[in-house]
Design a protein around this ligand. Sequence first.
Ligand code: GAL
Length: 384
Amino acid sequence: MTQAVYLKFVMVLGVVCMKKFFLIILSSFIFLALTGCGVYEEVNHNANDVREKTKQRIIGILMPKRDSLRWTKDGDNLRYEFEKRGYKVDMQNSENDTQRQQDQLKYMIENGADIIIVAAVDSEALAEVLAEAKTKNIPVIAYDRLIMNTDAVSYYVSFDNKAVGRLLGEYIENTFGLNNGAGNFNVEFFAGSVDDNNARIVNDSLLEVLQPYIDNGQLNIPSGQIDFDQTTIYRWRNEESNKRMGNILENVYGGQTPPDAVICASDSISSGVISALEAYGFRAPDYWPIVTGQDGDVVAARNIITGKQSMTIFKDTRVLSAKCAEMVDDLFNGNIPDINDNMTYDNGEIIVPSYLCQPVVVTKDNFKEVFLDTGYYAPEDVGL
Ligand code: GAL
């Protein structure tokens, strides 16, 4: 190769390399620009996430107590329903302490809850604190128990409490064959808590069914205690129902014979009654009264299997919590929540628009279908 040819070769090679170098630089720019965009997008996306999170709505939930499974299940199901819909849940439990619930409520109002769901410990004790919620425009939903004497309650979601009382009464009526004239049954009544609006409603509608049979003597009440003031069990506590049943068995029945039926307004009440009966030496299923209940608590479910309890009025907490979450969705989306009662729940201040779910009677006969087949309880939960 001559020197001239060699020089030409080097020049051509240089030009090619420069082009390549230029191309490499250019493509690097393009690459950086693109990946830069990616980074930007990534950052931007995170910023959106953060923005989403900071405006994530907070649902304040106040539950009354944990000593009966129904309220723990209510809490769990509410959390599930709200978290599933992307809300943030702040749940507090007041262990049946009125002051504590007032404080929890105040805290939620002052600390950014966007909506508050309350199952009141004492239906009459929240009006003052709720006035603050109203000034801050925080909607309040009364959950299961109505909140009295305030216009700060936006909605009430519950079960049809009148139906609960009616179903209890009809169960006694049908089991004894009262409408066929059967009679002379000894029964005792155990009503719900004096500070829970549900308790009187259930009691009144129960007596609407049974009062005629009391009046005509088909039903006797050996204790003579029928007025709500006499039969009420404070805070639905099993210790209280246990004490009262013990007194009645001792002083009225001489500890010898059980009544034919003990009409209990809830499963916590019936569990106290059942242990009093056992303490007096009675054993289910023979020589054992009909014992009723309400809620579908796990203890009651077990007692239905063993025959210590005849029935419960099941209030499916999955249904109630889902309905409550739907109401909240509607409120946030500017829709009017679905209600099915706009006249029954007068809280002394306003008639609270309500959605009432339907309770279901559970006995041994439909136990499997209602509790097991729907997955509310696993067989091992109820001793099967
Ligand atoms: C009531 C409710 C009953 C029962 C009771 C005891 O408010 O209506 O179903 O759960 O509380 O906790």
